[in-house]
Design a binder for this molecule. Structure first.
Ligand code: ADP
Ligand code: MG
Length: 446
């Protein structure tokens, strides 16, 4: 299957080729033709399967015809987070470079002035988070009556974040004879209800069973006592051919402390969690994307849906409490056809959580055979042995410092590649490094 078989225009095919994509992913192959035929659509596919391009590409061709009008966006894409909205905007810039389309991005944490100005001049595509959009709508700065195309992206995340009432509200302000697309990794009942109400006779596409993990991801669980987690993580970072990794923790404090500890041990680690303000999160993310850091310690909310390419490993420092988060976390690796590895640390207190994960994904995650001493789960952690072991761990630190540089060396190659890729014309990417990224202001795609 080729992109050329999907009915996209020549200009668009050129942009896709320039982006380096050779073959559509399954969701793209199935979604693009019906979207081009102006059908409503429900697209269910796990994280990392390329859902963004499956609506951005046909939208560009649909919007190529027609005229912009002041204050009345012609299409609307709703995203649960600012990061995801910004990523979709990057996609529009990349694929829309041969088209004369204007875009505006409405997200919290960024000055509204330029965005309102863009809207006033008329945009083809408005990408927004629901809260910010309602805010502007209530102030009369925007009219939704000209909006004939709506995308509700990452619907299950919208649900988690409490956005469903806002979305219902927004849907009721749009013309009823519009085209609506809904994308999600899973289809929980409230999302089903939402689509029954606001989509008309939608084509339903599901490329994999909801909540099934991507087959490109090799998964392991690692039995480890809570007090040994850091040591085992360092061991795996050094020995498992890690080029880039995201390490997920269940608590913000764990994120902070773990990032600090990794840095102390000479790793190129950064952190991203909900207590950081938006500019700080974006800056840290940019350092990771540019290869400045190769390990990102993250909490679930902060990392939700982030599209970071080429992550070789995901570590669940804690087994996630919500089994859905497991699928979302490990979906950070094995993206776009590349293979990846996911390790989940299971301490005795995680027994219930890992059980739910395995129930949801429908298979037992194989146990990883750790080749270091002391790493097995002791039946009971005795306070005395804990103290001895801590002392030993601290003493071992200087001796371990030399081999610790190894994983950094192993990352040289992919990091250089990444930098090269980024130095190619991708102007949108440069905008990440500051409080007001450049493309957040951009209203022209050309
Ligand atoms: P989703 O929304 O399903 O989680 P994204 O749209 O964010 O997934 O895409 C995941 C990754 O796959 C991105 O890095 C994207 O650039 C890449 N990708 C998308 N389509 C293709 C393709 N046809 N070929 C190769 N990589 C792709
Ligand atoms: Mg997505």
């Amino acid at each position: 299957m080729n992109f050329a078989d999907l009915g996209l225009s020549e200009e668009l095919l050129q942009a896709v080729e320039a982006a380096g994509y050779t073959e559509p992913t399954p969701i793209q192959a199935q979604a693009i033709p019906p979207v081009l035929m102006m059908k409503d659509l429900i697209g269910i596919a796990q994280t990392g399967t390329g859902k963004t391009a499956s609506f951005v590409l046909p939208m560009i061709d649909i919007l190529a015809h027609g005229r912009r009008r002041a204050l009345m966006p012609r299409s609307l894409i709703l995203e649960p987070t600012r990061e995801l909205a910004a990523q979709v905007a990057e996609n529009f810039e990349k694929y829309g470079k041969n088209h004369d389309l204007k875009m505006a991005l409405l997200i919290g944490g960024v000055q509204m002035g330029d965005q309102v100005k863009a809207l006033t001049e008329g945009v083809d595509v408005l990408i927004a988070t629901p809260g910010r959009l309602m805010d502007l709508f209530e102030r009369g700065k925007i009219l939704l009556t000209g909006c004939e195309l709506l995308v509700i992206d990452e619907a299950d995340r919208m649900l988690d974040m409490g956005f469903i009432p806002d979305i219902e509200n927004i849907c009721s302000k749009l013309p009823t004879n519009r085209q609506t697309m809904l994308f999600s990794a899973t289809m929980p009942p409230p999302i089903k209800k939402l689509s029954d109400r606001f989509l008309s006779n939608p084509k339903y596409i599901e490329v994999a069973r909801p909540a099934t993990a991507n087959i490109n991801i090799v998964q392991h669980k690692v039995a480890v006592n809570a007090r040994k987690k850091r040591e085992v993580l360092r061991h795996l970072l050094q020995t498992d051919n890690v080029s880039t990794a995201i390490v997920f923790c269940n608590r913000k404090t764990t994120v902070r402390e773990l990032a600090k500890s990794l840095k102390r041990h000479g790793f190129g680690a950064g952190e991203i969690h909900g207590d950081m303000d938006q500019p700080a999160r974006l800056a840290e993310l940019e350092r990771f994307k540019s290869g400045d850091l190769n390990i990102l310690v993250a909490s679930d909310v902060a990392a939700r849906g982030l599209d970071v390419k080429g992550v070789s490993h995901v570590f669940n420092f804690d087994t996630p409490w919500h089994p859905d988060d497991y699928v979302h976390r490990i979906g950070r690796t094995g993206r776009g056809g590349a293979s990846g590895r996911a390790f989940t640390f299971v301490a005795p207190e995680d027994a219930e959580a890992i059980d739910s994960v395995e129930k949801l994904t429908g298979h037992k995650i194989p146990l990883f055979d750790l080749k270091i001493e002391d790493a097995e789960v002791p039946r009971e952690a005795k306070p005395k042995s804990r103290r001895t072991s801590k002392v030993r761990e601290e003493r071992e630190e200087p001796a371990e410092r030399a081999p610790r540089r190894e994983p950094r060396a192993a990352t040289e190659e992919p990091r250089r590649e990444r930098r090269q890729r980024r130095s190619e014309p991708e102007p949108a990417d440069d905008g990440w490094n500051g409080p007001v990224p450049e493309f957040l202001r951009v209203s022209a795609l050309a």
